[in-house]
Design a protein around this ligand. Structure first.
Ligand code: ADP
Ligand code: ADP
Length: 234
């Protein structure tokens, strides 16, 4: 089943009096559980697509479907719910909260999702966060602040944070752009392992050729159009 479908999606940004075309009629489908790479040079539209998939921006025309529902038919409340419950976000600059430690950064999306929870559920949450900390290889660093971690470790925190709500989809915008190539590969390998274990659909943008080879599905953009759409493991 396609978890995501774009049909002839166009996006223009208004820059003063001029319209900047960012997507010029993009169509593709993404299968549930796939590890998907969106590739293309700077300015080709990668972030714009991830913003549309993350329900943080809307298309100028065309249809964006998540779980077979057009996002244009959803209310703002529905979109907020999808963002908080069904989608995890990973950014190139990590975007951790500097005053919170590793554990608290990972916990943070849960505080937005459930305002009041029972003591029992709180205990279950703690067990799951401990499990995620171990999964991303940060056991023993729960009390460290982001400033006390390397770039690779910060991105591991961000991956655990993206997973804590058990989302169906994780969106990662250039997750390796601020890491050296070896650390970048480790981060992609970790995302791939989690993708296999949890069957979470991962969609990440990159312009690193070596990293995209691990993907199940490659969508290549140029000047706001899809120039290659290839699924490796049908
Ligand atoms: P990529 O992520 O591949 O670098 P983007 O999606 O960021 O590409 O950008 C696609 C195009 O849209 C580029 O021409 C960019 O300059 C333009 N663009 C992106 N965001 C904005 C914005 N907020 N206002 C105006 N133009 C934008
Ligand atoms: P990596 O090889 O994973 O990129 P680094 O060489 O940057 O890691 O760091 C090695 C160790 O030093 C890491 O375990 C990290 O926790 C610790 N470390 C890195 N930067 C800082 C810092 N600014 N303050 C405290 N500890 C740090």
């Amino acid at each position: 089943m396609a978890i995501i479908e774009l049909e002839n999606v166009k996006k223009n940004y208004q820059l003063g009096k001029t319209e900047v075309p960012a997507l010029q009629g993009v169509s593709f489908k993404i299968e549930k559980g796939d590890f998907v790479s969106i590739v293309g040079p700077s300015g080709s539209g990668k972030s714009t697509i991830l913003n549309l998939l993350g329900c943080i921006d809307t298309a100028s025309s065309g249809v964006v479907k998540i779980n077979e529902t057009a996002t244009s038919e959803l209310t703002d409340m529905d979109l907020t719910r999808i963002r908080r419950q069904s989608i995890g976000f990973i950014f190139q600059t990590f975007n951790l909260l500097p005053t919170l430690n590793v554990y608290e950064n990972i916990e943070f999306p849960l505080l937005l999702k459930n305002r009041k929870i029972s003591r029992q559920d709180k205990k279950k949450q703690k067990e799951y966060i401990d499990h995620l900390v171990e999964e991303v290889g940060l056991t023993g660093r729960e009390n460290h602040r982001p400033s006390e971690l390397s770039g690779g470790q910060r991105q591991r925190v961000a991956i655990a944070r993206a997973l804590v709500t058990q989302p169906q989809i994780v969106l990662a915008d250039e997750p390796t752009a601020n890491l050296d190539s070896k650390t970048g590969e480790e981060i992609i390998d970790l995302m791939k392992r989690i993708n296999r274990e949890l069957q979470t659909t991962f969609i990440f943008s990159t312009h690193d050729q070596s990293i995209m080879e691990i993907a199940d599905h490659i969508i290549r953009l140029k000047d706001g159009s899809v120039v290659e759409n290839r699924r490796n493991n049908p």
